[in-house]
Unconditional design. Structure first.
Lengths: 319, 316
């Protein structure tokens, strides 16, 4: 419950600059937020409220004003109240911020349909970022599904810090990035596993992709399968200087944590949980985290995380 | 026109304006200060997260689910215990120019009394930071304590009476709407020594995941808050005010306030002060907007003192 020193969080009305439709109902939304672009650290998130039914005024002088407004602008459905957290995907020198998401519910669909110029209500950057003190010689990034989004900013910063990158991405079938074939074979996979994500490859990363549904150039399997093969080929002593960074579904990250433990490689995980405020006040987004005493206590994913050391997470204590 | 008077005296608690942040929506007073557009110093008072004698881990997640114009929560009084509040948190609150209301809960009458005693001068070296105690007899999310004390007039009186014995400062009873006649509970609390009444706490509810046929919340049921509950709250504030005004006991109104107009409805219904809670979750700038909006309303309607508006409702 101790409140650590935190960064300034900006509450901004931001213009949507662009929404790009990617494979498999994934979308990459860019909005203008210089204050967030300048200060966001890898692993931090932004809380975004959706455009659409809530874009109108929230405060009315009287009920007759409110009724008049709703007659003129009949809401398609009940408006959303709460913001939704999205990991910061990329930031640009021009002051823009990008999030990458899959349109799964009404809220993400509304976001996907946002036109350039639409207003978003944005709070951020929030949360404890990845610990990049003493960057590793080799950083192994493991992404499950849209977990690939926040790992990009991390990859960029690690690349700048001089770390070599291995990026292992697992999805159902669709990959929300542009893909190419690599000519370079990798020692831990068959020769036909050649697909790479261009964005990560541009950072000199060794990238490989696994899909659950068979897909040309991809390993049929999961991100955990990729990691397991990669670690399986490490020779004694080669664990040194490596670190694993992971983001994805809970069950996947639990397996990543276990593989990291067996290989004695430090591992940081970015967790997701249903949030209320995103500011540490409501105590909703908790998960069990090991304390110095050895006991597991509920900690807030939003501000005590979302990044935790894998060995501290109570992976089996969720149910 | 000169600046209208927004300050209020709430049963001895002097507030710079009638806006109080609601317990459970503001942590222990320090969570929002990192937001650039937010300042604790602009708020009338801050109600701290519900505190029990021993630390509590709270309910298992998921702990929130959004509903139509509302939110269901099942936190379960997750808190570090009263001793940690006194030792670790209260000293830091000296940095803020606002008032703090401790919100206390317990599983037995004796636990309520003991938590209050540990907050009072004599056992608490930082007692000057606790400007009032709000007694939570209305939490819907714990099995023992909480709302079971808020649904029976005699039980409510026992808890309020016990706290009254050890706490000399302003004492607020927080009432649950999950009752047949809220005025019966209100009356019992006043008789037992409550200086003020705050209402409403959340309405008990459930959300079901049709794919799994299980409740969405880890705790199965939760408390409904947000704009969805506002009309219920307004009506209850009106009813309780009718009773409490005869005893000069002020009412703190809450339940779904998100705009200045919402807050004004509560004041007109009979609230001397009001609390903002769930709205903070989606709009951390809401306090500033509401205080500014009330001031504008008062200027426009030539009202010099917010007290003139309290209970000014004229029924049709």
């Amino acid at each position: 419950m101790k409140t650590a020193q935190r960064n300034t969080i900006h509450h901004l009305a931001c213009d949507v600059l662009d929404v790009a439709k990617l494979e498999g109902e994934h979308f990459r939304l860019r909005f203008d937020a210089p204050a967030i672009a300048q200060s966001a650290q890898p692993g931090q998130f932004v809380n975004v409220r959706f455009p659409g039914p809530i874009a109108g005024p929230l405060a009315f002088d009287s009920y007759s004003d409110l009724i008049e407004y709703h007659r003129a602008n009949p809401p398609a459905a009940a408006p959303f109240l709460l913001a939704r957290p999205f990991g910061v995907h990329r930031v640009g020198a021009g002051g823009w911020v990008e999030i990458l998401f899959k349109a799964v519910g009404r809220g993400t669909r509304l976001l996907a349909e946002a036109a350039p110029g639409a207003r978003l209500d944005v709070l951020g950057p929030i949360g404890r970022p990845f610990d990049l003190a003493g960057p590793p010689d080799t950083a192994v990034l493991v992404a499950g599904g849209t977990g690939v989004a926040p790992l990009y900013l991390l990859a960029e910063r690690l690349h700048q810090a001089g770390s070599k990158l291995v990026v292992l991405i697992g999805t159902g079938y669709a990959v929300p990035m542009s893909l190419s074939d690599s000519e370079q074979a990798v020692h831990f996979l068959d020769e036909d596993v050649t697909a790479v994500a261009d964005e990560y490859a541009a950072l000199d990363a060794l990238v490989r992709i696994a899909t659950i549904e068979p897909r040309k150039g991809c390993l049929t399997g999961t991100a955990v399968d990729l990691l397991s093969r990669y670690l399986g080929k490490l020779k004694p002593g080669e664990s040194a200087g490596k670190a694993i960074f992971s983001c994805g579904p809970w069950a996947m990250q639990a397996k990543v944590a276990e593989l990291a433990r067996q290989a004695a490689i430090p591992c940081q995980v970015l967790l997701e949980e249903r949030m209320g405020c995103g500011l540490g006040a409501c105590m909703a987004c908790v998960c069990k985290i090991k304390q110095d005493s050895g006991d597991y206590k509920y900690k807030r994913v939003c501000v005590d995380g979302p990044v935790f050391r894998a060995e501290d997470v109570g992976w089996t204590q969720r149910e | 026109m000169t600046k209208p008077k927004l300050s209020v005296n709430l049963a001895g608690l002097e507030l710079k304006n009638p806006l109080i942040v609601a317990s459970g929506t503001f942590g222990f007073g320090e969570e929002y200060i990192n937001v650039a557009s937010f300042s604790n110093d602009e708020i009338g008072a801050i109600t701290l997260k519900g505190t029990t004698l021993e630390p509590r881990e709270g309910n298992r997640p998921p702990r929130v689910a959004e509903t139509a114009s509302g939110m269901l929560n099942s936190i379960g009084l997750h808190n570090p215990g009263v001793d940690a509040l006194v030792r670790d948190i209260l000293p830091r609150l000296a940095a803020f120019d606002t008032k703090f209301i401790a919100n206390i809960a317990g599983g037995t009458v004796e636990e309520y009394r003991e938590v209050a005693r540990r907050l009072a001068a004599g056992s608490n070296p930082h007692a000057a930071r606790v400007h009032a105690i709000e007694v939570n007899i209305s939490c819907p999310n714990v099995h023992r304590g909480g709302s079971e004390f808020g649904t029976e007039p005699a039980a409510a009186a026992d808890v309020i009476g016990a706290v009254r014995e050890v706490w000399a400062g302003p004492l607020i009873a927080k009432l649950t709407p999950n009752v047949g006649r809220i005025t019966l509970i209100a009356e019992a609390c006043i008789e037992a020594g409550a200086d003020a009444l705050s209402l409403i706490n959340t309405l008990k509810g459930m959300v079901i995941d049709t794919a799994t046929r299980r409740p969405v919340l880890g705790g199965n049921t939760g408390g409904l808050s947000g704009p969805a509950i506002k009309p219920v709250a307004i009506w209850m504030v009106h009813q309780v005010h009718q009773l409490a005004k005869k005893k000069n006991v002020p009412v703190i109104g809450m339940g779904g306030i998100a705009t200045a107009n919402d807050a004004l409805e509560f004041i007109i219904a009979g609230a001397s002060a009001f609390s903002v809670g769930t709205a903070l979750f989606w709009n951390p700038s809401v306090c500033r907007e509401i205080i500014g909006g009330i001031e504008e309303y008062m200027i426009r309607n030539k009202i010099g003192d917010v007290a003139e508006l309290v209970g000014s409702l004229r029924l049709n």
